[in-house]
Design a binder for this molecule. Structure first.
Ligand code: G3P
Length: 310
């Protein structure tokens, strides 16, 4: 099987050319140890989910889409724009991705200008890279690439979305996309349902979703750590790794957003793959500092510490 060579050195060099995420203020002696850390975005349009994550300082941006806006309660384009405006204001100056709903290039550019005006300093326009031929009224398959290029010409930052292979990512970057979003979670879901899972178990993408908590409604997270042995086998993480390799080969600076991350194990695997950004649903972000053994350890430290309270 084709394996992607170790990219660490190339990726470190690439990170150094990118913006510093955790800057150390002037005059501070203790420099921030994770200056070149990846950005973490919240993948939601629900402001009550975004606010606590923003206040906790664990997110650097937000991504939305029409489905997430509908879930957040928007019933019309005006209501959608009100929600987006509130998110842009809350997150300012951090980036928020707003997705186009039009499918004709001139109308898309017009709608991009309309959306940019909601938050001129931090709006990012999300453009579907492909899928135009599958619409009720099929459109030019190059619609997405054309619009990405037109928006680049207008100095409008873009996020090329609905990416499922590295070719789409390359062409989107070539058209001028600021960010590219491989939907690694959806790809993994698809493979899980339609492909023969590799055996024996150990690949998180094929096993974690079989593990429920006692209530039967949540995935048990971080208890089945598989690291890169699993990452090589799963299609979603492999896609992110391929794109990182191609972008490192050609010094392409479009930032790679690992999108639709389903659980902390996938999250770990895309960090190992070197993704620039991870966009993660709020419920998954809520679990990142948790582990059953942390609970156990914390309770016993707390119990033993009671002796010091007198
Ligand atoms: O940012 C991508 C995302 O919104 C898609 O996520 O969970 O619908 O596959 P999902």
């Amino acid at each position: 099987m084709f394996t992607i060579n170790d990219l660490s050195a190339a990726l470190i060099q690439r990170r150094r050319a990118m913006e510093i995420i955790n800057a150390t203020p002037d005059g501070k002696k203790l420099t921030h140890p994770a200056a070149h850390a990846p950005r973490i975005f919240a993948d939601t349009a629900t402001i009550d989910e975004i606010r606590p994550l923003k206040e906790a300082g664990i997110i650097n941006g937000v991504t939305t889409n029409p489905t997430l806006l509908k879930k957040a309660g928007a019933k019309s384009w005006n209501e959608a724009k009100e929600i987006l405006t509130a998110i842009l204001k809350l997150m300012h100056p951090l980036p928020v991705s707003l997705e186009l709903t039009k499918t004709e290039p001139d109308e898309m550019v017009k709608q991009a200008e309309e959306l940019r005006a909601l938050g001129p300093e931090n709006s990012i326009i999300k453009v579907a890279t492909g899928g135009y031929q599958a619409l009720e009224t099929p459109c030019d398959p190059f619609t997405g690439l054309k619009v990405l290029h037109k928006l680049w010409e207008r100095d409008i930052k873009t996020n090329a979305t609905l990416i499922f292979n590295s070719t789409q990512a390359f062409w989107a970057a070539n058209a001028g996309a600021t960010y590219v979003s491989p939907f690694m979670g959806r790809l993994a879901d698809y493979m899980y349902k339609n492909d023969q899972p590799e055996l024996p178990p150990g690949n998180s993408l094929y096993s974690i979703i079989d593990h429920k908590n006692a209530k039967g409604d949540q995935f048990v997270s971080n208890t089945e750590y598989v690291a890169s042995g699993g990452a090589r086998k799963d299609a979603g993480v492999r896609l992110v790794r391929e794109i990182m390799a191609i972008f490192a080969n050609y010094d392409i600076h479009s930032e790679v957003i690992a999108a639709s991350v389903r659980n902390p194990v996938q999250l770990t695997e895309v960090l190992l793959a070197g993704a620039d950004i991870l966009t993660v649903p709020a419920d998954v972000l809520g679990t990142v500092s948790e582990h059953p053994l942390s609970d156990k350890g914390m309770v016993s430290f707390d119990t033993d510490a009671k002796v010091f309270s007198t």
